[in-house]
Design a protein around this ligand. Structure first.
Ligand code: IVH
Length: 685
């Protein structure tokens, strides 16, 4: 490969890998399988080795993916006492033998490997002091993690207090995996299906998502479990890793029973072969085997690379695949108008379930793989619920087949499709007239996180096809006859529906805003906008500049807000819903005190509490939160990583810059109440 070409490929790979890291760690919604991700990473590692001149400290090959919540962080963040690293991984026995050779080169004395299952969950770091669980952090970016102690305490297998007199060290960290057993996972998704909430793609995402929930009560219902596999404690660095785990088990900590000591690489390979089969009968998900040098002394000699230890490796099981035929291709129009091709397959058995459909993602995917109706294709279960097609078996292609042509008009309403260049997706722009988009608008509006209205997708579909509902406000004026005409609806369903409509009138403004289905306004954005603008009229009147001045609001979001409010039918919807009594402004809360009255405080950087809590706190003490540093700003409250331009401007204008502690003294002079003394539950609004 030519230098220039290599540089471009390296850059493209870095971007792609960073994007997949975000989907995996932050959104818990991977878009490719682990296997495909590992292939991309491997290609990048190889290119960086071949072209060291393009190495960069910023490259994802040097960093572990981060699960840290960044915007409006609802969790406190703490540094790990020791960084949490990841493992080098491989899918090949040959590479495993290379690993063994490298280890053997590093020593002349005998050593053993401890082989362990690789649990497929989300990393956790527990800190015990004097036998008490004091903190549980997610892996975060490897250096700092989100504090999820309250949630972790709901996991039954994790002791809050270690066994008395069992000889544990006074302070130690122990790492492991929080996972969701298949039983809990199936129950959860079944429940979500009933409640018409989006399903979790796999137990790993469900575990990671559950651990980051704000309500510990709900976490407790999720049936999470935990296994610990890495102790870091004083006095535990001179013997064997396996011994440290045995000891941890004797203190009452959950440790796997399926580990095995092996003295040769052939024994390791035997362990892998055995578990590749046996893992299918385990009640929890595993995705490989971890092989660790057991002797701490040798571990120390081997040391670490930038992000992984040289004394351990993960051997990952390849996802299973099956060969089957494409019978036809459907083009589905989603709630947002995005058109997704879905292949109908001859039913085939894959990882224990019969697969009949597979997603083709987008037009590019069809073209790249050159997928045609009648082709035999390989399907694989990756990170997603719907399996995907990985390649075509060209030797079985019918010579009379022709390339698939992506439709140019919406398969549902016939409107010419437009292409979103950023997402490689085609959209139907007829958002107010295209049936699946109209239905989608109601499904979203009624969903639990939105207005939480007791009505299912089938009923919405019937109401839409009978044209009883077109605009959101129509839900509030349905009569009993119309409702009783719905399949399976009786007096009780009508009653439930009506009482949920009544309740929806007290749903707070931020959720109402989310429910309207304005493109790019998710739950968090809705909260940010609600607290910035206070009511719908101010949001409607906001100029693009005013929108962009709000933290986390970018061009795309600003444009979609302006576009939404520019349409008279949307304004009519707002007016009608307002008449029905929905909340279109933030509820005014009685202030806690007047200490900040008349002050405008500009905030910048990170605090020991989430930013939203800080804003709430300023307002609770009758202060105003500024949107930029001006001559009327009273204080600039600078947290860590404060914005340099804001600091500079404040200095120029002579505005006092205060720290978080100084701020608390001003807001609550007698130390009466600070956010730190608020209940543990993060307060967003
Ligand atoms: S040891 C420095 N052991 O796999 C050693 N990790 O791909 C760190 N994992 O980040 C990890 N089972 O979240 C270790 N038995 C096991 C494991 C395990 C699952 C996860 C862990 C790690 C990832 C690496």
């Amino acid at each position: 490969m030519e230098q220039n070409e290599a540089r471009h490929r390296i850059e493209a790979l870095r971007q792609e890998i960073n994007a997949h890291n975000r989907h995996y760690y932050l959104e818990n919604a991977p878009q490719i399988s682990d296997y495909e991700f590992d292939l991309l990473l491997k290609e990048l590692i190889q290119l960086e080795e071949l072209y060291p001149q393009f190495k960069s400290a910023d490259s994802p090959t040097n960093k572990v993916g981060s699960d840290l919540e960044t915007s409006n962080a609802p969790f406190r963040q703490y540094a790990h006492l020791h960084p949490m690293l990841s493992l080098a991984n491989t899918y090949s026995i040959e590479e495993l033998r290379d690993f063994d050779s490298r280890v053997r080169k590093g020593t002349s004395s005998a050593f053993t490997y401890n082989c362990e299952l690789k649990f497929d969950g989300t990393g956790i770091n527990l800190l015990y002091r004097n036998g008490i669980l004091v903190r549980a952090l997610t892996r975060g970016d490897g250096t700092t993690g989100d504090d999820v102690t309250r949630n972790v305490k709901t996991i039954k297998s994790i002791p809050v207090q270690l066994k008395d007199g069992s000889g544990y060290p006074p302070e130690f960290e122990i790492r492991g995996e929080v996972y969701m057993p298949f039983d809990s996972f199936n129950k959860l998704n079944y429940q979500r299906e009933l409640e018409e909430e989006p399903l979790f793609a796999n137990p790993r995402n469900a575990a990671a998502g559950s651990l980051k929930m704000l309500s510990s009560k709900e976490v407790a219902q999720r049936g999470l479990d935990c296994v610990l596999y890495h102790l870091i404690a004083p006095g535990y660095d001179d013997s064997l890793h396996s011994k440290s785990l045995e000891d941890a088990a004797s203190w009452g900590l959950p440790v796997s029973e399926h580990s095995r000591k092996c003295s040769t690489i052939d024994q390791v390979i035997e362990y892998i072969r055995e578990w590749d089969e046996r893992r299918h009968s385990l009640p929890f998900p595993t995705d490989g085997v971890v092989i660790k040098v057991d002797q701490y002394a040798l571990q120390r000699e081997l040391g670490f690379t930038a992000k992984t230890p040289r004394w351990a490796v993960a051997y990952k099981f390849k996802p299973e695949e099956a060969l089957t035929k494409i019978e036809s291709i459907d083009y589905q129009v989603g709630r947002t108008g995005a058109v997704t091709p879905v292949a109908n397959l001859s039913p085939v058995l894959l990882s224990g379930t019969t697969v009949k459909r597979a997603t083709l993602h987008n037009a590019d995917q069809i073209q790249i793989l050159d997928i045609r109706i009648g082709d035999y294709v390989y399907v694989e279960k990756g990170g997603e619920i719907i399996p995907k097609i990985t390649r075509v078996e060209l030797s079985r292609r019918d010579s009379s087949s022709s390339p698939e042509v992506f439709p140019s008009i919406c398969p549902s309403c016939g409107t010419p499709l437009v292409r979103d260049p950023q997402q490689a997706k085609f959209f139907c722009p007829n958002s107010d007239g295209c049936p699946p988009q109209i239905e989608g608008k109601f499904i979203h509006f009624a969903s639990r996180k939105a207005m939480d209205i007791n009505i299912g997708e089938v009923a919405i579909h019937q109401l839409c096809t009978r044209e009883y509902i077109k605009e959101l406000q129509d839900l509030y004026s349905l009569d009993d006859l119309q409702l009783l005409s719905l399949d399976k609806w009786k007096g009780k369903s009508v009653e439930n529906f009506r009482s949920s409509l009544e309740k929806s009138k007290s749903v707070p403004f931020s959720r109402v805003l989310y429910s309207l289905g304005i493109r790019n306004i998710g739950e968090t954005t809705a909260k940010t906008l609600a607290s910035a603008f206070k009511n719908i009229d101010a949001l409607k009147a906001a100029s693009k500049e005013e929108l962009l001045a709000v933290e986390d609001v970018g061009e795309t979001l600003a444009d979609s807000i302006i576009d939404w409010f520019s349409q008279p039918r949307h304004l009519e919807t707002v007016e009608q819903l307002r008449k029905f009594g929905l909340q279109f402004s933030l509820e005014e809360k009685a202030p806690v005190s007047d200490t900040l009255k008349g002050m405008t405080i500009m905030i910048t950087g990170n605090y020991s509490v989430p930013r939203e809590t800080m804003k709430y706190y300023i307002e609770a003490h009758s202060g105003k939160v500024g949107s930029s540093v001006t001559s009327s700003t009273t204080y600039l409250l600078a947290g860590s990583k404060a914005g340099s331009s804001k600091l500079e401007k404040a200095r120029k204008l002579g505005i006092p810059i205060i720290t978080e502690d100084e701020f608390y003294k001003i807001a609550a002079p007698e130390g009466s109440s600070s956010p730190k003394t608020e209940p543990d539950e993060p307060t967003l609004f």
